[in-house]
Design a binder for this molecule. Structure first.
Ligand code: NAD
Length: 452
Protein backbone atom coordinates (compact mmCIF):
# COMPACT_ATOMS: atom_id res chain seq x y z
CA UNK A 1 0.00 0.00 0.00
CA UNK A 2 1.15 3.54 -0.76
CA UNK A 3 2.63 4.99 2.48
CA UNK A 4 0.46 8.13 2.27
CA UNK A 5 -2.67 6.02 1.92
CA UNK A 6 -1.60 4.01 4.94
CA UNK A 7 -1.10 7.18 7.01
CA UNK A 8 -4.55 8.39 6.05
CA UNK A 9 -6.13 5.10 7.03
CA UNK A 10 -4.53 5.25 10.44
CA UNK A 11 -5.47 8.88 11.03
CA UNK A 12 -8.63 9.32 13.10
CA UNK A 13 -10.82 11.71 11.10
CA UNK A 14 -13.79 11.72 13.50
CA UNK A 15 -14.34 15.48 14.07
CA UNK A 16 -15.40 15.02 17.68
CA UNK A 17 -12.23 13.04 18.46
CA UNK A 18 -10.24 15.78 16.71
CA UNK A 19 -11.95 18.53 18.73
CA UNK A 20 -11.18 16.56 21.90
CA UNK A 21 -7.51 16.15 20.93
CA UNK A 22 -7.18 19.88 20.24
CA UNK A 23 -8.80 20.72 23.57
CA UNK A 24 -6.73 18.22 25.57
CA UNK A 25 -3.53 19.46 23.97
CA UNK A 26 -4.36 23.06 24.94
CA UNK A 27 -5.30 22.07 28.48
CA UNK A 28 -1.71 20.85 29.02
CA UNK A 29 -0.76 24.55 29.00
CA UNK A 30 -3.42 25.30 31.67
CA UNK A 31 -2.24 23.25 34.64
CA UNK A 32 -4.53 25.01 37.13
CA UNK A 33 -7.75 23.80 35.51
CA UNK A 34 -9.41 21.31 37.81
CA UNK A 35 -10.17 17.84 36.44
CA UNK A 36 -13.97 18.08 36.78
CA UNK A 37 -13.97 21.45 35.05
CA UNK A 38 -11.95 20.02 32.16
CA UNK A 39 -14.54 17.26 31.71
CA UNK A 40 -17.39 19.77 31.89
CA UNK A 41 -15.76 21.97 29.26
CA UNK A 42 -15.32 19.24 26.67
CA UNK A 43 -18.70 17.53 27.04
CA UNK A 44 -21.84 19.03 25.49
CA UNK A 45 -24.53 20.43 27.79
CA UNK A 46 -27.33 18.94 25.71
CA UNK A 47 -27.72 16.68 22.67
CA UNK A 48 -31.01 16.47 20.78
CA UNK A 49 -31.80 13.90 18.10
CA UNK A 50 -35.08 14.17 16.22
CA UNK A 51 -36.62 12.04 13.48
CA UNK A 52 -39.51 13.11 11.30
CA UNK A 53 -41.19 12.17 8.00
CA UNK A 54 -41.63 14.48 5.01
CA UNK A 55 -43.55 13.71 1.84
CA UNK A 56 -41.12 14.95 -0.84
CA UNK A 57 -41.89 16.26 -4.35
CA UNK A 58 -41.96 12.74 -5.83
CA UNK A 59 -44.78 11.66 -3.48
CA UNK A 60 -42.46 9.44 -1.41
CA UNK A 61 -42.58 9.71 2.40
CA UNK A 62 -38.98 9.93 3.64
CA UNK A 63 -37.63 9.92 7.17
CA UNK A 64 -35.09 12.58 8.15
CA UNK A 65 -32.74 12.72 11.14
CA UNK A 66 -31.80 16.08 12.69
CA UNK A 67 -29.40 17.04 15.46
CA UNK A 68 -28.98 20.10 17.66
CA UNK A 69 -26.15 20.16 20.17
CA UNK A 70 -25.74 22.85 22.80
CA UNK A 71 -22.13 22.54 23.86
CA UNK A 72 -21.77 25.28 26.47
CA UNK A 73 -23.87 28.24 27.59
CA UNK A 74 -21.74 29.65 30.41
CA UNK A 75 -20.97 32.92 28.56
CA UNK A 76 -24.44 33.29 27.00
CA UNK A 77 -27.08 31.52 24.91
CA UNK A 78 -25.96 28.83 22.47
CA UNK A 79 -25.07 30.07 19.00
CA UNK A 80 -24.33 28.10 15.89
CA UNK A 81 -25.34 27.28 12.35
CA UNK A 82 -27.56 24.60 10.88
CA UNK A 83 -26.06 22.39 8.17
CA UNK A 84 -27.90 20.33 5.54
CA UNK A 85 -25.62 17.62 4.14
CA UNK A 86 -25.83 13.86 3.50
CA UNK A 87 -22.69 13.27 5.62
CA UNK A 88 -23.90 15.07 8.76
CA UNK A 89 -23.29 12.91 11.87
CA UNK A 90 -23.86 13.48 15.56
CA UNK A 91 -20.10 13.52 16.17
CA UNK A 92 -19.63 16.16 13.49
CA UNK A 93 -22.33 18.34 15.07
CA UNK A 94 -20.84 17.81 18.55
CA UNK A 95 -17.43 18.92 17.25
CA UNK A 96 -18.84 21.94 15.43
CA UNK A 97 -20.81 22.95 18.56
CA UNK A 98 -17.67 22.86 20.71
CA UNK A 99 -15.74 24.89 18.12
CA UNK A 100 -18.54 27.49 18.38
CA UNK A 101 -17.99 27.76 22.15
CA UNK A 102 -14.28 28.45 21.67
CA UNK A 103 -14.92 30.75 18.68
CA UNK A 104 -17.39 32.94 20.60
CA UNK A 105 -14.89 33.14 23.45
CA UNK A 106 -12.00 34.09 21.11
CA UNK A 107 -14.22 36.72 19.44
CA UNK A 108 -15.29 37.80 22.94
CA UNK A 109 -19.01 37.87 22.24
CA UNK A 110 -21.55 36.86 24.91
CA UNK A 111 -22.67 33.58 23.38
CA UNK A 112 -21.99 29.92 24.04
CA UNK A 113 -21.57 27.22 21.43
CA UNK A 114 -24.18 25.19 19.56
CA UNK A 115 -24.67 23.59 16.15
CA UNK A 116 -27.35 21.72 14.25
CA UNK A 117 -27.67 19.59 11.18
CA UNK A 118 -30.12 17.53 9.17
CA UNK A 119 -28.95 14.49 7.24
CA UNK A 120 -30.23 15.23 3.74
CA UNK A 121 -28.96 16.01 0.26
CA UNK A 122 -30.38 19.37 -0.85
CA UNK A 123 -29.16 18.65 -4.40
CA UNK A 124 -31.79 15.88 -4.64
CA UNK A 125 -34.57 17.92 -3.03
CA UNK A 126 -36.76 20.75 -4.28
CA UNK A 127 -37.01 24.11 -2.56
CA UNK A 128 -40.43 23.10 -1.20
CA UNK A 129 -38.92 19.89 0.25
CA UNK A 130 -36.20 21.89 1.99
CA UNK A 131 -38.75 24.38 3.35
CA UNK A 132 -40.85 21.55 4.80
CA UNK A 133 -37.76 19.90 6.32
CA UNK A 134 -36.79 23.22 7.88
CA UNK A 135 -40.22 23.94 9.35
CA UNK A 136 -40.64 20.42 10.70
CA UNK A 137 -37.11 20.40 12.18
CA UNK A 138 -37.78 23.67 14.02
CA UNK A 139 -41.11 22.40 15.38
CA UNK A 140 -39.37 19.22 16.56
CA UNK A 141 -36.74 21.30 18.38
CA UNK A 142 -39.58 23.09 20.20
CA UNK A 143 -38.45 25.11 23.20
CA UNK A 144 -34.85 24.02 22.79
CA UNK A 145 -34.18 27.01 20.56
CA UNK A 146 -35.13 30.57 21.50
CA UNK A 147 -33.84 34.17 21.44
CA UNK A 148 -32.21 33.74 24.87
CA UNK A 149 -31.41 30.03 24.89
CA UNK A 150 -30.04 28.79 21.56
CA UNK A 151 -29.93 30.82 18.35
CA UNK A 152 -29.38 29.13 14.94
CA UNK A 153 -27.67 30.65 11.88
CA UNK A 154 -26.67 29.55 8.34
CA UNK A 155 -24.00 26.95 7.58
CA UNK A 156 -23.29 24.60 4.70
CA UNK A 157 -26.29 24.44 2.30
CA UNK A 158 -28.47 26.78 4.36
CA UNK A 159 -28.98 30.46 3.52
CA UNK A 160 -30.82 33.65 4.44
CA UNK A 161 -33.93 32.09 2.93
CA UNK A 162 -33.65 29.08 5.26
CA UNK A 163 -33.28 31.48 8.20
CA UNK A 164 -36.46 33.31 7.10
CA UNK A 165 -38.36 29.98 7.23
CA UNK A 166 -36.91 29.30 10.70
CA UNK A 167 -38.02 32.72 11.93
CA UNK A 168 -41.46 32.32 10.37
CA UNK A 169 -41.99 28.89 11.94
CA UNK A 170 -40.86 30.04 15.39
CA UNK A 171 -43.05 33.14 15.07
CA UNK A 172 -46.08 30.89 14.32
CA UNK A 173 -45.29 28.94 17.48
CA UNK A 174 -44.82 32.06 19.67
CA UNK A 175 -47.03 34.87 18.31
CA UNK A 176 -47.30 38.29 19.92
CA UNK A 177 -43.68 39.00 20.84
CA UNK A 178 -40.45 40.07 19.14
CA UNK A 179 -39.03 36.78 17.85
CA UNK A 180 -36.51 38.25 15.41
CA UNK A 181 -33.52 37.39 17.66
CA UNK A 182 -34.35 33.65 17.52
CA UNK A 183 -32.19 33.22 14.41
CA UNK A 184 -29.48 35.23 12.63
CA UNK A 185 -28.36 35.43 9.02
CA UNK A 186 -31.89 36.46 8.01
CA UNK A 187 -32.64 38.51 4.88
CA UNK A 188 -31.85 42.19 5.46
CA UNK A 189 -35.51 43.19 4.99
CA UNK A 190 -36.53 40.64 7.63
CA UNK A 191 -34.37 41.78 10.54
CA UNK A 192 -31.09 40.62 9.00
CA UNK A 193 -27.96 42.70 9.47
CA UNK A 194 -26.25 44.59 6.71
CA UNK A 195 -22.88 42.95 6.19
CA UNK A 196 -23.88 39.51 7.55
CA UNK A 197 -23.72 37.76 4.13
CA UNK A 198 -20.10 38.93 3.72
CA UNK A 199 -19.20 38.73 7.41
CA UNK A 200 -17.35 35.41 7.52
CA UNK A 201 -15.22 36.42 4.54
CA UNK A 202 -14.72 40.02 5.77
CA UNK A 203 -13.63 38.74 9.17
CA UNK A 204 -11.23 36.34 7.46
CA UNK A 205 -9.67 39.18 5.49
CA UNK A 206 -9.41 41.45 8.56
CA UNK A 207 -7.77 38.72 10.66
CA UNK A 208 -5.38 37.82 7.82
CA UNK A 209 -4.36 41.44 7.33
CA UNK A 210 -3.78 41.94 11.05
CA UNK A 211 -1.74 38.75 11.39
CA UNK A 212 0.38 39.62 8.33
CA UNK A 213 0.92 43.19 9.57
CA UNK A 214 2.21 41.69 12.82
CA UNK A 215 4.81 39.68 10.90
CA UNK A 216 3.34 36.18 11.15
CA UNK A 217 4.75 35.32 7.68
CA UNK A 218 8.28 36.52 6.98
CA UNK A 219 8.41 38.72 3.87
CA UNK A 220 4.60 38.92 3.47
CA UNK A 221 3.22 41.88 5.38
CA UNK A 222 -0.05 42.38 3.47
CA UNK A 223 -2.53 40.58 1.22
CA UNK A 224 -1.73 43.16 -1.47
CA UNK A 225 0.01 41.33 -4.31
CA UNK A 226 -0.32 37.95 -2.54
CA UNK A 227 -1.38 34.90 -4.56
CA UNK A 228 -4.44 33.18 -3.07
CA UNK A 229 -6.02 29.73 -3.53
CA UNK A 230 -9.55 29.09 -2.20
CA UNK A 231 -11.08 25.64 -1.75
CA UNK A 232 -14.91 25.79 -1.65
CA UNK A 233 -16.83 28.49 -3.47
CA UNK A 234 -19.90 29.09 -1.29
CA UNK A 235 -20.82 31.77 1.22
CA UNK A 236 -17.43 31.78 2.95
CA UNK A 237 -15.12 30.96 0.00
CA UNK A 238 -16.60 32.87 -2.93
CA UNK A 239 -16.96 36.08 -0.96
CA UNK A 240 -13.47 35.65 0.53
CA UNK A 241 -12.09 35.38 -3.01
CA UNK A 242 -13.91 38.59 -3.99
CA UNK A 243 -12.82 40.52 -0.89
CA UNK A 244 -9.19 39.36 -1.00
CA UNK A 245 -9.08 40.37 -4.70
CA UNK A 246 -10.60 43.76 -3.88
CA UNK A 247 -7.82 44.19 -1.26
CA UNK A 248 -5.19 43.65 -3.97
CA UNK A 249 -4.59 39.88 -3.81
CA UNK A 250 -4.36 37.73 -6.94
CA UNK A 251 -6.81 34.81 -6.94
CA UNK A 252 -5.09 31.98 -8.84
CA UNK A 253 -7.34 28.97 -8.09
CA UNK A 254 -10.77 28.16 -6.62
CA UNK A 255 -12.94 25.04 -6.49
CA UNK A 256 -16.33 23.59 -5.64
CA UNK A 257 -17.62 20.02 -5.40
CA UNK A 258 -17.40 19.57 -9.18
CA UNK A 259 -13.70 20.52 -9.40
CA UNK A 260 -11.27 23.41 -9.48
CA UNK A 261 -9.98 26.08 -11.85
CA UNK A 262 -6.44 27.46 -12.02
CA UNK A 263 -4.78 30.41 -13.77
CA UNK A 264 -1.28 31.26 -12.48
CA UNK A 265 -1.70 34.87 -13.65
CA UNK A 266 -4.92 35.19 -11.68
CA UNK A 267 -8.58 35.74 -12.65
CA UNK A 268 -11.50 37.85 -11.52
CA UNK A 269 -13.44 35.93 -8.83
CA UNK A 270 -16.60 37.88 -9.70
CA UNK A 271 -16.43 36.25 -13.15
CA UNK A 272 -16.24 32.87 -11.35
CA UNK A 273 -19.30 33.79 -9.24
CA UNK A 274 -21.27 34.75 -12.34
CA UNK A 275 -20.12 31.58 -14.13
CA UNK A 276 -21.22 29.47 -11.15
CA UNK A 277 -24.59 31.23 -11.04
CA UNK A 278 -25.09 30.46 -14.75
CA UNK A 279 -23.75 26.87 -14.86
CA UNK A 280 -23.89 25.59 -11.27
CA UNK A 281 -20.09 25.34 -10.96
CA UNK A 282 -16.87 27.33 -11.26
CA UNK A 283 -15.45 24.69 -13.61
CA UNK A 284 -15.00 25.74 -17.22
CA UNK A 285 -14.45 29.46 -16.57
CA UNK A 286 -12.81 30.97 -19.66
CA UNK A 287 -9.09 31.66 -19.23
CA UNK A 288 -8.59 28.97 -16.55
CA UNK A 289 -7.39 25.36 -16.61
CA UNK A 290 -9.04 22.54 -14.64
CA UNK A 291 -7.35 21.38 -11.44
CA UNK A 292 -8.47 18.57 -9.12
CA UNK A 293 -9.44 19.43 -5.57
CA UNK A 294 -6.44 17.44 -4.28
CA UNK A 295 -3.96 19.25 -6.53
CA UNK A 296 -5.52 22.64 -5.77
CA UNK A 297 -4.53 22.32 -2.12
CA UNK A 298 -0.88 21.78 -2.96
CA UNK A 299 -0.48 24.59 -5.52
CA UNK A 300 2.33 27.05 -4.77
CA UNK A 301 0.72 30.24 -3.40
CA UNK A 302 1.07 32.78 -0.61
CA UNK A 303 -2.28 32.15 1.09
CA UNK A 304 -4.39 28.98 1.03
CA UNK A 305 -7.98 29.39 2.22
CA UNK A 306 -9.83 26.12 2.83
CA UNK A 307 -13.51 27.15 2.80
CA UNK A 308 -15.37 23.86 2.24
CA UNK A 309 -15.55 21.10 4.85
CA UNK A 310 -13.54 19.30 7.55
CA UNK A 311 -10.42 17.15 7.11
CA UNK A 312 -9.08 18.58 3.86
CA UNK A 313 -5.45 19.04 5.02
CA UNK A 314 -4.41 15.75 6.57
CA UNK A 315 -1.40 13.61 7.38
CA UNK A 316 -1.31 12.37 3.79
CA UNK A 317 -1.13 15.75 2.02
CA UNK A 318 0.11 18.31 4.58
CA UNK A 319 3.73 17.72 3.66
CA UNK A 320 2.98 18.77 0.07
CA UNK A 321 1.29 22.08 1.03
CA UNK A 322 3.33 24.88 -0.54
CA UNK A 323 1.30 27.86 0.73
CA UNK A 324 3.12 30.28 3.06
CA UNK A 325 0.02 30.86 5.17
CA UNK A 326 -3.17 28.80 5.70
CA UNK A 327 -6.30 30.72 6.66
CA UNK A 328 -9.19 28.50 7.80
CA UNK A 329 -12.47 29.94 6.52
CA UNK A 330 -14.00 26.46 6.96
CA UNK A 331 -14.44 24.76 10.30
CA UNK A 332 -12.03 21.92 11.01
CA UNK A 333 -10.25 21.73 7.63
CA UNK A 334 -6.87 20.77 9.17
CA UNK A 335 -6.34 17.60 11.22
CA UNK A 336 -4.05 17.53 14.31
CA UNK A 337 -1.43 15.48 12.42
CA UNK A 338 -1.47 18.04 9.60
CA UNK A 339 -1.18 20.86 12.14
CA UNK A 340 2.03 19.30 13.47
CA UNK A 341 3.45 18.84 9.95
CA UNK A 342 2.65 22.43 8.93
CA UNK A 343 4.05 23.82 12.19
CA UNK A 344 7.23 21.81 11.57
CA UNK A 345 7.49 23.28 8.06
CA UNK A 346 7.05 26.81 9.45
CA UNK A 347 3.67 27.37 7.74
CA UNK A 348 1.38 29.22 10.17
CA UNK A 349 -2.32 28.28 10.25
CA UNK A 350 -4.80 30.99 11.22
CA UNK A 351 -7.25 28.68 13.01
CA UNK A 352 -10.98 28.44 12.26
CA UNK A 353 -12.03 29.61 15.74
CA UNK A 354 -10.35 32.92 14.92
CA UNK A 355 -10.27 33.14 11.12
CA UNK A 356 -13.97 32.52 10.46
CA UNK A 357 -15.32 34.18 13.63
CA UNK A 358 -16.51 37.19 11.60
CA UNK A 359 -19.70 35.27 10.76
CA UNK A 360 -20.77 34.73 14.35
CA UNK A 361 -19.59 38.20 15.33
CA UNK A 362 -21.96 39.88 12.87
CA UNK A 363 -24.62 37.34 13.91
CA UNK A 364 -24.20 38.77 17.39
CA UNK A 365 -24.54 42.30 15.95
CA UNK A 366 -27.74 41.16 14.21
CA UNK A 367 -29.09 39.77 17.48
CA UNK A 368 -28.34 43.06 19.27
CA UNK A 369 -30.09 45.04 16.51
CA UNK A 370 -33.12 42.71 16.73
CA UNK A 371 -33.35 43.01 20.52
CA UNK A 372 -33.18 46.82 20.23
CA UNK A 373 -35.40 47.02 17.11
CA UNK A 374 -32.59 48.82 15.28
CA UNK A 375 -30.84 48.46 11.94
CA UNK A 376 -27.26 49.70 11.66
CA UNK A 377 -25.78 50.76 8.34
CA UNK A 378 -23.11 48.60 6.72
CA UNK A 379 -20.26 51.00 7.61
CA UNK A 380 -21.13 50.73 11.30
CA UNK A 381 -21.26 46.93 11.10
CA UNK A 382 -17.92 46.70 9.28
CA UNK A 383 -16.19 49.19 11.61
CA UNK A 384 -17.32 47.19 14.62
CA UNK A 385 -16.31 43.92 12.94
CA UNK A 386 -12.84 45.25 12.10
CA UNK A 387 -12.29 46.28 15.72
CA UNK A 388 -13.46 42.89 17.01
CA UNK A 389 -11.30 40.94 14.53
CA UNK A 390 -8.20 43.02 15.28
CA UNK A 391 -8.69 42.56 19.01
CA UNK A 392 -9.26 38.80 18.68
CA UNK A 393 -6.26 38.37 16.36
CA UNK A 394 -4.04 40.37 18.72
CA UNK A 395 -5.26 38.32 21.69
CA UNK A 396 -4.41 35.02 19.95
CA UNK A 397 -0.99 36.22 18.74
CA UNK A 398 -0.20 37.67 22.18
CA UNK A 399 -1.23 34.41 23.86
CA UNK A 400 1.09 32.47 21.56
CA UNK A 401 4.00 34.81 22.32
CA UNK A 402 3.29 34.65 26.05
CA UNK A 403 3.18 30.84 26.14
CA UNK A 404 6.21 30.35 23.93
CA UNK A 405 8.12 33.02 25.85
CA UNK A 406 7.58 31.23 29.16
CA UNK A 407 8.04 27.61 28.06
CA UNK A 408 11.05 26.92 30.27
CA UNK A 409 9.15 28.08 33.40
CA UNK A 410 6.04 26.17 32.39
CA UNK A 411 8.04 22.99 31.71
CA UNK A 412 9.82 23.22 35.09
CA UNK A 413 6.47 23.68 36.82
CA UNK A 414 4.95 20.72 34.95
CA UNK A 415 7.84 18.50 35.98
CA UNK A 416 7.63 19.62 39.65
CA UNK A 417 3.93 18.73 39.59
CA UNK A 418 4.82 15.26 38.25
CA UNK A 419 2.91 15.98 35.02
CA UNK A 420 2.46 13.66 32.04
CA UNK A 421 5.52 12.45 30.18
CA UNK A 422 5.51 14.62 27.02
CA UNK A 423 7.55 17.84 27.17
CA UNK A 424 5.73 21.12 26.56
CA UNK A 425 6.65 22.25 23.05
CA UNK A 426 6.10 25.70 21.49
CA UNK A 427 2.45 26.17 20.57
CA UNK A 428 0.92 26.96 17.19
CA UNK A 429 -1.84 29.56 16.71
CA UNK A 430 -4.62 26.99 17.15
CA UNK A 431 -3.39 25.91 20.55
CA UNK A 432 -2.91 29.55 21.53
CA UNK A 433 -6.51 30.32 20.48
CA UNK A 434 -7.77 27.34 22.50
CA UNK A 435 -5.80 28.40 25.57
CA UNK A 436 -7.30 31.88 25.31
CA UNK A 437 -10.83 30.54 24.79
CA UNK A 438 -10.71 27.84 27.47
CA UNK A 439 -9.33 30.39 29.95
CA UNK A 440 -12.17 32.81 29.19
CA UNK A 441 -14.88 30.15 29.50
CA UNK A 442 -13.44 28.56 32.64
CA UNK A 443 -12.97 31.98 34.30
CA UNK A 444 -16.63 32.82 33.78
CA UNK A 445 -17.69 29.34 34.96
CA UNK A 446 -15.83 29.86 38.23
CA UNK A 447 -17.03 33.46 38.62
CA UNK A 448 -20.63 32.29 38.28
CA UNK A 449 -19.86 29.56 40.84
CA UNK A 450 -20.39 25.85 40.43
CA UNK A 451 -24.11 25.38 40.92
CA UNK A 452 -25.85 24.91 43.39
P1 NAD B 1 -21.76 26.79 1.40
O1 NAD B 1 -22.70 25.66 1.32
O2 NAD B 1 -22.23 28.16 1.06
O3 NAD B 1 -20.47 26.51 0.49
C1 NAD B 1 -19.70 25.35 0.57
C2 NAD B 1 -18.87 25.28 -0.70
O4 NAD B 1 -17.90 24.26 -0.59
C3 NAD B 1 -19.67 24.98 -1.97
O5 NAD B 1 -19.18 25.80 -3.02
C4 NAD B 1 -19.34 23.52 -2.27
O6 NAD B 1 -19.43 23.21 -3.64
C5 NAD B 1 -17.92 23.47 -1.78
N1 NAD B 1 -17.41 22.14 -1.44
C6 NAD B 1 -17.98 21.19 -0.66
N2 NAD B 1 -17.16 20.12 -0.58
C7 NAD B 1 -16.07 20.42 -1.32
C8 NAD B 1 -14.86 19.74 -1.61
N3 NAD B 1 -14.61 18.52 -1.13
N4 NAD B 1 -13.96 20.37 -2.39
C9 NAD B 1 -14.19 21.60 -2.88
N5 NAD B 1 -15.30 22.29 -2.63
C10 NAD B 1 -16.23 21.71 -1.86
O7 NAD B 1 -21.17 26.76 2.90
P2 NAD B 1 -20.46 27.93 3.71
O8 NAD B 1 -21.47 28.57 4.58
O9 NAD B 1 -19.61 28.72 2.81
O10 NAD B 1 -19.53 27.06 4.68
C11 NAD B 1 -18.24 26.57 4.26
C12 NAD B 1 -17.41 26.35 5.50
O11 NAD B 1 -17.31 27.58 6.21
C13 NAD B 1 -17.98 25.33 6.49
O12 NAD B 1 -16.92 24.67 7.13
C14 NAD B 1 -18.71 26.22 7.47
O13 NAD B 1 -18.89 25.59 8.72
C15 NAD B 1 -17.74 27.38 7.55
N6 NAD B 1 -18.32 28.61 8.07
C16 NAD B 1 -19.36 29.22 7.46
C17 NAD B 1 -19.89 30.39 8.02
C18 NAD B 1 -21.02 31.14 7.38
O14 NAD B 1 -21.36 32.23 7.89
N7 NAD B 1 -21.61 30.66 6.32
C19 NAD B 1 -19.34 30.91 9.19
C20 NAD B 1 -18.24 30.27 9.76
C21 NAD B 1 -17.75 29.13 9.20
Amino acid sequence: MHPERETLMTEDLNPFHIARQQFEHAVRYLPDLRHGLVEFLIRPDRVIIVEFPIQTHDGIVRNFVGYRVLHNSVRGPGKGGIRYHPDVTLDEVRALASWMTWKCAVADIPFGGAKGGVVCNPKELTKDDVRMITRRFIVELGENIGPHTDIPAPDVNTSAETMAWIYDTYQMMHPGRNNLPVVTGKPVDLGGSHGRREATASGCLFATQRALARGIVKGLDSVKGATVVVQGFGNAGAIAAELFAAAGARIIAVSDTRGGIHAPGGFDPIAATLHKAATGSVTGLAGTKPVSNEDLLTLPCDILIPAALENQIRADNADRIKARFVVEAANGPTTPAADRILFGKGIPVLPDILANSGGVTVSYFEWVQNVENEQWDVEEVNDKLLRKMNRATDAVLDTQQKINGSLADREARRQRAGGDSDRLEPVDLRTAAYVLAVTRVSDVTLKRGIWP
